[in-house]
Design a binder for this molecule. Structure first.
Ligand SMILES: [Zn+2]
Length: 278
């Protein structure tokens, strides 16, 4: 991606999209697998490698391909699909029970055809964005998400009685035991959610997807060059920082941060106090 995209720019969006020649190197496109006792849970599914091998076919429009090439350069191989990546982690894709989507942009919803056996959970507002006319202009590619046979469940946030989560006012408990809880974090898109993970032997982890492209940006209130609502983003940033005050040691992991993999490795190898699941 361009630095103007990642870190913001004083130039109007269309100008830097068309003129920027600078690139940020090595931006990851992470998705996450959570090994819960009731089955494997994914947070997003990453990119479909077909976007690099056949962008015209994947996007279905020449205009889309033009803007895609202006905004991104890919380094992705055919083996970077969700099934092969899970296999490299020692998991069979058939053991995935649920997939939760932070939002429904194309770089978080690849390879849904590999997951037709699983329950797919999406924020209701994101589904509304996906099914609007011309949703592809906002990087919602309905043809790759609304797949025949896919078992979608749309969820809304619910009142939340966990005092630690009070800054958010609402949440959605994915497994019913408090270990995987979704929190509303609009900003990048109106329906975006983050996932809080709490488990014995680990510090609490918050997967924030694209709320911030880098942890530092969230901590210093720096906005990126894209996003649906800068005011919503600032409010979500502040709520995440407030959560960090309430959950000491909270590890915050953006999906496109170069530091995420190392911080996750450190967190999952550390010895943290026990979490009492309900
Ligand atoms: Zn993304």
């Amino acid at each position: 991606m361009h630095p103007e995209h990642r870190y913001g720019s004083r130039l109007p969006l269309m100008l830097w999209v068309l003129l920027s020649r600078r690139w940020v190197d090595g931006v990851p496109v992470h998705f996450f697998a959570i090994d819960h006792r009731d089955g494997l849970v994914l947070f997003d599914t990453g990119l479909d490698p077909a976007i690099a091998s056949d962008p015209r076919g994947y996007l279905g429009s020449a205009v889309g391909v033009f803007f895609l090439h202006r905004l991104f350069r890919w380094q992705i191989s055919p083996q970077d699909n969700v099934t092969d990546q899970l296999a490299r982690m020692g998991h069979d894709v058939s053991s995935v029970r649920k997939v939760v989507f932070s939002h429904l942009h194309f770089d978080h919803t690849g390879c849904i055809d590999h997951l037709l056996h699983a329950q797919l959970l999406a924020p209701r507002k994101e589904w509304e964005a996906l099914t609007r006319p011309h949703a592809e202009r906002n990087w919602y590619l309905r043809q790759h998400v609304d797949r025949p046979g896919a078992q979608w469940t749309l969820f809304d946030m619910e009142p939340c009685n966990d005092p630690a989560l009070a800054p958010f006012g609402a949440c959605f408990d994915v497994m019913g035991d408090g270990s995987i809880v979704l929190l509303p974090t609009p900003g990048h898109t109106a329906g975006s959610v983050s996932m809080l993970l709490r488990s014995n032997g680990m510090p609490p982890i918050l997967l924030i997807a694209d709320l911030a492209f880098e942890l530092d940006m969230l901590m210093t209130d720096r906005l990126p060059g894209v996003g649906e609502g800068s005011e919503a983003m600032r409010v979500s940033y502040a709520r995440v920082r407030a959560l960090r005050e309430r959950l000491p040691g909270l590890v915050i992991l953006p999906s496109h941060d170069m530091g995420t993999a190392a911080r996750l490795t450190k967190a999952t190898n550390s010895h943290a106090p026990a979490f009492e699941s309900r």
